[in-house]
Design a protein around this ligand. Structure first.
Ligand SMILES: NC(=O)c1ccc[n+]([C@@H]2O[C@H](COP(=O)([O-])OP(=O)(O)OC[C@H]3O[C@@H](n4cnc5c(N)ncnc54)[C@H](OP(=O)(O)O)[C@@H]3O)[C@@H](O)[C@H]2O)c1
Length: 366
């Protein structure tokens, strides 16, 4: 199963909003007879790839697959048909597919046909790999990645707002990779105004993220890099329902998608409703890149599912230099970890720290 999970990981960033799935066909001595993974949305499923690779050797063998095989006609025929046609004797599954069209029904079909079934092998590992897929299914909202680069003293910009560059070129390369596998890259208008960023993945990754600006009054400049490139890579401005129509109209005419969102009590875009809007578009992963106020909204609302932090060996100091996470904050140091570390490593001169919500590390359904 661990091999199947490794194979599945090859589809991350390519298959969403589908889950990443891997499969291995083995004989009784656990010799590998065939392998496969779901590599592209709409493309062949992992089980079918593995069964095809195994060919006739699949007869009487075991299929190990990270997710319950599908039994419905989607963009490809049901995998349960392929499993039955192959003569597979036993199917070992990581987790059931909680999608409404599945939810155990694929396993029932196989069981009823006399195939031996085992479920829950390395379920934790499979759940973790597919956290964004499962989160979208459970909540209707995408998985929120928050990213920031900070100095040793926790600043994301110098006192005057200057922030380019805090992290090393290697770290920025990693951020570009991240951008290339998410559905949206989000910033606040503060960052858009000060940095005039492009927010594209360079080089491009498997997905082309929509660039989103939280901009209550549609202040984004028409000559900004974002607006000037809106016809090549989509740009969305999330603004208030009472926005000045002339301003919003000018942005729309320049190719920007204007999305009106009710305001929260703070008088700013209601982030929960914006996430609902993202979910309707079946966006599975969104990457929020700052600045401090937007990250503060995320932290205050408990919206951060995964954090990517780059710690650069620099000191900037200054009482008014922005800290990484603004917002209201907590009155006291929390007793438990807000985020659980899942990865830490050196990237060039920097330290890369990645963490997820603690509940994600445990069973997602507990
Ligand atoms: N080192 C890093 O990783 C990094 C990354 C990004 C930015 N930065 C730096 O951070 C600085 C900008 O940060 P910032 O805190 O001033 O601005 P910001 O977080 O980029 O944008 C904040 C603005 O976004 C708008 N907004 C709309 N809805 C919001 C919501 N729900 N929550 C929060 N904001 C919302 C508000 O303006 P309206 O009310 O007008 O809509 C708000 O003032 C710049 O100096 C930039 O260089 C550093």
């Amino acid at each position: 199963m661990r091999r199947a999970v490794d194979l599945a990981a090859g589809g991350v960033g390519c298959v969403e909003p589908n889950p990443a799935v891997g499969a291995v066909v083995v004989d009784d001595q656990l010799r590998v007879l065939g392998e496969g993974w779901h590599g592209a949305f709409g493309g062949p499923h992992a089980e079918v790839e593995a069964l095809q690779a195994a060919g006739e050797l699949a007869r009487g063998a075991t299929l190990v697959v990270t997710l319950e095989p599908c039994r419905h006609h989607g963009q490809t025929p049901p995998c349960t048909d392929a499993v039955l046609a192959s003569g597979i004797r036993r199917v070992v599954v990581g987790i059931e597919d909680p999608s409404p069209h599945a939810a155990g029904s694929g396993l029932s079909v196989l069981r009823d046909a006399g195939v031996e079934i085992e479920v829950g092998v390395e379920g934790e590992l499979v759940r973790r790999l597919n956290s964004p897929f499962l989160h979208l299914l459970e909540t209707g909202r995408p998985w929120v990645h928050a990213k920031w680069a900070m100095t040793l003293d926790g600043r994301i910009a110098a006192a005057g707002g200057h922030s380019q560059w805090i992290s090393s070129e290697d770290s920025r390369g990693l951020v570009h990779e991240l951008r290339g596998r998410v559905d949206a890259v989000v910033v606040g208008i503060g960052t858009a105004a000060v940095d005039d960023p492009l927010l594209t993945a360079r080089p491009p990754g498997p997905r082309r993220a929509t660039r989103v600006v939280l901009d209550t009054n549609a202040r984004l400049k028409l000559d900004s890099q974002l607006v000037r490139t809106a016809h090549d890579t989509p740009v969305m401005v999330a603004c208030s329902e009472t926005v000045d129509e002339a301003r919003a109209g000018a942005l729309a005419a320049a190719g920007v998608d204007i999305v009106k969102v009710p305001l929260a009590e703070s008088g700013r875009i209601d982030f929960r409703l914006l996430l609902d809007e993202f979910g309707i578009r079946r966006w599975t992963n969104v990457l929020v890149e700052g600045g401090s106020e937007v990250l503060g909204t995320l932290a205050d609302g408990g919206w951060i599912d995964e954090a990517h932090v780059f710690l650069a060996p620099k000191l900037v100091g200054g009482r008014t230099a922005l800290g990484a996470v603004g917002g209201e904050g907590l009155p006291r140091i929390p007793e438990t970890a807000n985020l659980e570390c899942v990865e830490t490593r050196a990237v060039g001169q920097d330290v890369y720290w990645r963490g997820v919500r603690p509940r994600v590390v445990g069973r997602r359904d507990s």
